[in-house]
Design a protein around this ligand. Structure first.
Ligand code: PAF
Length: 281
């Protein structure tokens, strides 16, 4: 696996490959890799000839400086994991490389950034849209994959790529769950064993709502209630939101029709856990 930290080096490596007709696949990450990231890299195998993965902990998408400073990446471990997956290139730039002195440009995707995570974490999505634009310009991928786990982020990237006419195909990577149902996330490592058990109420709730949906329930309030009831069964439940939305617009729905998503964020031991599930009528 080749590793680059400078944008120029990254481009010089990729350009001849593109000229030779190779299809470049890209998985952007902030490191702390887990099976969810690796499954994205695996999915990309069937869509590209050369797979590039980036590891960059992007300071501009953290609205709390302390969270940024506490974000733990073990580059050595992550590099080994990517090598094990047969990834061809790792792009791991420094903060100074991405945001040199004088940097002053921000990409904003207005509507998709407003609700949910956008409302709770001001500036977060502008940070994501800006860094992904920079990474796309550095890596020049033909295809990039983003996980459905961060569903609002995925919607934002799809909108941005459409609006700014980036020449890159966006693929949706399936949300990966542990065998007990918990959605994989680097944040899970911050849960105590008991906290982890409590957190299973989130996926249990989503599965209960999906079962009710399969049995014919279409009222959003009833389906949301099944999720909140499960979460309320855990000690000190804290829910940021449980909302059924239209998958494309992210607007809340009252009745499920077409493609909808239940977006959930609950806090367990102070850790914000994001989850979601599809309701496709
Ligand atoms: O999902 C992430 O890990 C990050 O938001 C991303 C897309 C790599 C941008 O920093």
């Amino acid at each position: 696996m080749r590793t680059f930290s400078a944008v120029d080096e990254m481009r010089s490596y990729i350009k001849p490959l593109k000229r030779a007709g190779k299809r470049i696949g890209f998985v952007p990450t902030m490191g702390a890799l887990h099976e969810g990231h690796l499954s994205l890299a695996r999915t990309l195998r069937e869509h590209s000839d050369i797979r590039v993965c980036s590891i960059f902990v992007n300071p501009t998408q953290f609205n709390d400086r302390k969270d940024y400073e506490a974000y733990a990446v073990n580059l050595k471990r992550d590099t080994e994991l990517l090598k094990g997956e047969g990834v061809d290139v790792l792009f791991a730039p420094t903060v100074e490389e991405i945001y040199p002195a004088g940097f002053q440009t921000t990409v904003t995707v207005s509507e998709v950034s407003k609700p949910f995570e956008g409302a709770l974490r001001p500036g977060h999505f502008a940070g994501v849209a800006s860094v992904v634009s920079i990474l796309f310009n550095a890596v020049e991928p033909d295809v990039a994959i983003f996980g459905e786990k961060d569903f609002q982020q995925l919607s934002l990237i799809e909108r941005m790529v459409k609006d700014l006419k980036f020449d890159v195909q966006i693929i949706r990577g399936e949300l990966v769950r542990d065998s007990d149902g918990l959605a994989l996330s680097s944040r899970n490592a911050r849960l105590s064993p008991q906290g982890r058990l409590n957190a299973l109420a989130i996926s249990r709730g989503l599965f209960a709502a999906q079962a009710a949906f399969r049995s014919g329930e279409r009222r959003a309030a009833q389906l949301e209630q099944l999720v909140t009831a499960e979460i309320h069964s855990m000690p000190s439940p804290e829910i940021d939101y449980v909302t059924l939305v239209n998958e494309e617009t992210l607007e809340p729905v009252t009745t499920v029709s077409g493609r909808c998503r239940m977006l959930v964020v609950a806090r367990v031991e102070g850790v914000r856990l994001l989850d979601n599930a599809a309701f496709h009528g």
